[in-house]
Design a protein around this ligand. Structure first.
Ligand SMILES: Nc1ncnc2c1ncn2[C@@H]1O[C@H](COP(=O)(O)OP(=O)(O)OP(=O)(O)O)[C@@H](O)[C@H]1O
Ligand SMILES: O=P(O)(O)OC[C@H]1O[C@H](OP(=O)(O)OP(=O)(O)O)[C@H](O)[C@@H]1O
Ligand SMILES: O=C(O)c1cccnc1
Length: 481
């Protein structure tokens, strides 16, 4: 199959790591295919050492899950490998996900080692979907987390995603633009993402426009002739203060009507130039003309510009946001946590030399605890699925249990929602604007110390006593083995 044929079909069912298929083939050969298992998706470290991450990508994963269908060509391709059993290929022909999915809604601030998605399904199904679950959630959560840092640095000034040209491929830019919008961007320059997800599309002009017309004045005149209501002029092609801004002002003077006026700065000292530009525009009577800044920006540079009081009205951010350049991996993992046996649900654990890498076993519930006095979230709590959480509740640090406190006056909210039940979608996906509202609402309940870029406060993720005890029992059991 060549690239053009694949693009027409765009069937992602084979987008799995090879071992997902060899293992599922193996479970079938062993007659283990009907065992019901539980897997958790969680991550271990917030990128950039931030205080929290933001979930995104659930909808694209569920879209995939609902549509998995191995085509005749896929089956033929697998058959020619001569390693898969005939009955496995037959099984794939009729593959359909029949299990349950619980997930934290998109646009929720989340913390390390908490179950963001839980899958309950026959082992073959639960295993086969690993790769797409991880790539959908890891990519979009990474970009949503990064764009939220950038949006927060900008102090509520608009940030626009200009990253299409620098993203790592078409999917990265389309779903990246979606994640940027979830994280807090005002819009995108990416027209396809705008069409697909109803994200506001925004744009100015490139240097090529100015170069084509010989000088700044002719270029700006020609531009406002075509777009009189959106005169955002790029002033740094030749000389910002000597020609770009003065010529932009002359063209504004000649322009009739009350359309949008402004300039874009794309090089040089953005603090110095924006202050100079503001003065020139104000003196000329264009107090409403806006200043947009671009040029390899990220949260650190924007924070510095804001700290210096640069009179910038909006930021265009490309490469460093769409690639999450400062830490380009969201290390979410998918781990088996329980197996149904004749005696009931049997929790499973994965040990590690590093204490934080030991998994939390069992079929679980994730709670967020809010202080009734001020509404602030003060801890997440993981329990077994059927446990109750009532005040007074003793919370203790799972790695240092002598650090503890008894919470008395709180409200406990379950963070996961049932998304798919017995293979059927039972959830209405929110719009992107609803996701953004949910995010802002949840963020307003996190204390300020978590928002710091450097050395954010610690947020407690507690285990119930029963879960913690079972974890210790399993650690002992497997350590001694
Ligand atoms: N979720 C938690 N899990 C484990 N230990 C905690 C948790 N929250 C706080 N602690 C520990 O409890 C102690 C007191 O914490 P903190 O200052 O938050 O509460 P407080 O001031 O006693 O109560 P309040 O919540 O009424 O302000 C500290 O040692 C802290 O490390
Ligand atoms: O810098 P980013 O954050 O990625 O933002 C997008 C950049 O894309 C455009 O530049 P272009 O590709 O035309 O090249 P340039 O860097 O020479 O301006 C624009 O002028 C920005 O500089
Ligand atoms: O519209 C713009 O100004 C723009 C779009 C993409 C990249 N850089 C700038």
């Amino acid at each position: 199959m060549n690239n053009i044929e694949w693009k027409k079909e765009k069937n992602l069912s084979l987008l799995v790591d090879f071992y997902e298929l060899t293992m599922t083939n193996g479970y079938l050969v062993n007659g283990d295919q009907d065992h019901i298992v539980y897997f958790d998706y969680f991550f271990r470290k917030v990128p950039d050492n931030g205080g929290f991450a933001i979930t995104a990508g659930l909808q694209q994963f569920i879209d995939y899950l609902m549509e998995i269908e191995f085509s005749d060509m896929d089956i033929e391709f697998l058959k020619e490998m001569n390693i898969f059993e005939e009955k496995f290929l037959e099984y794939l022909k009729d593959f359909k996900f029949t299990g349950d999915v619980w997930a934290i809604p998109e646009g929720t601030p989340v913390f390390p080692n908490t179950p963001i998605i839980t899958i309950k399904a026959p082992i073959l199904e639960a295993q086969l979907i690993e790769t797409m679950l991880l790539l959908s959630l890891n990519h979009q959560s990474l970009i949503a987390t990064k764009s939220n840092r950038i949006a927060r640095a900008a102090n509520d000034k608009p940030v626009v995603d200009f990253g299409a040209r620098r993203a790592h491929g078409a999917d990265a830019t389309i779903y990246g633009a979606r994640a940027c919008y979830i994280g807090g961007c005002l819009g995108t320059s990416n027209l396809l993402a705008s069409k697909m997800f109803d994200i506001p599309v925004i744009g100015t002009i490139a240097h090529s426009w100015v170069q084509f017309y010989d000088d700044d004045h002719t270029a700006f005149k020609s531009y406002v002739k075509a777009f009189p209501d959106n005169a955002i002029l790029l002033v740094d092609t030749y000389n910002v203060l000597g020609s770009g801004i003065p010529e932009a002002i002359k063209v504004f003077d000649e322009l009739e009507g009350e359309g949008k006026k402004g300039i874009r700065l794309d090089s040089g000292d953005l603090d110095y130039l924006s202050k100079k530009a503001r003065k020139l525009l104000d003196v000329a009577g264009y107090e409403d003309a806006t200043i947009t800044a671009t040029n390899s920006l990220d949260e650190y540079q924007i924070r510095e510009l804001e700290r210096q009081g640069a009179p910038i009205d909006s930021y265009g951010v490309g490469e460093r946001m769409i690639t999450a350049r400062s830490e380009a991996v969201f290390g979410g993992v998918y781990k088996l946590v329980a197996v149904e046996t004749e005696e009931g649900i049997s929790p499973r654990i994965k040990l590690s030399e590093e204490a934080v890498k030991v998994t939390n076993p069992g079929f679980k519930e994730l709670w967020r605890l809010y202080d009734n006095r001020n509404g602030n979230a003060f801890a997440d709590l993981i329990t077994f699925k059927d446990e109750e959480v009532k005040a007074p509740y003793k919370l203790f640090d799972p790695l240092s249990p002598w650090i503890n406190k008894t919470a008395k006056n709180f409200t406990a909210k379950k963070l996961q929602t049932l998304i798919v039940h017995n293979g059927e979608l039972v959830y209405d996906f929110p719009t992107l604007d609803e996701i953004r509202d949910n995010l802002n609402n949840e963020l307003s309940k996190l204390w300020d110390g978590l928002r710091r870029f450097d050395n954010p406060d610690r947020y407690f993720v507690n285990l119930s006593f029963d879960l913690w005890s079972e974890k210790q029992r399993l650690i002992e059991k497997y350590r001694n083995k």
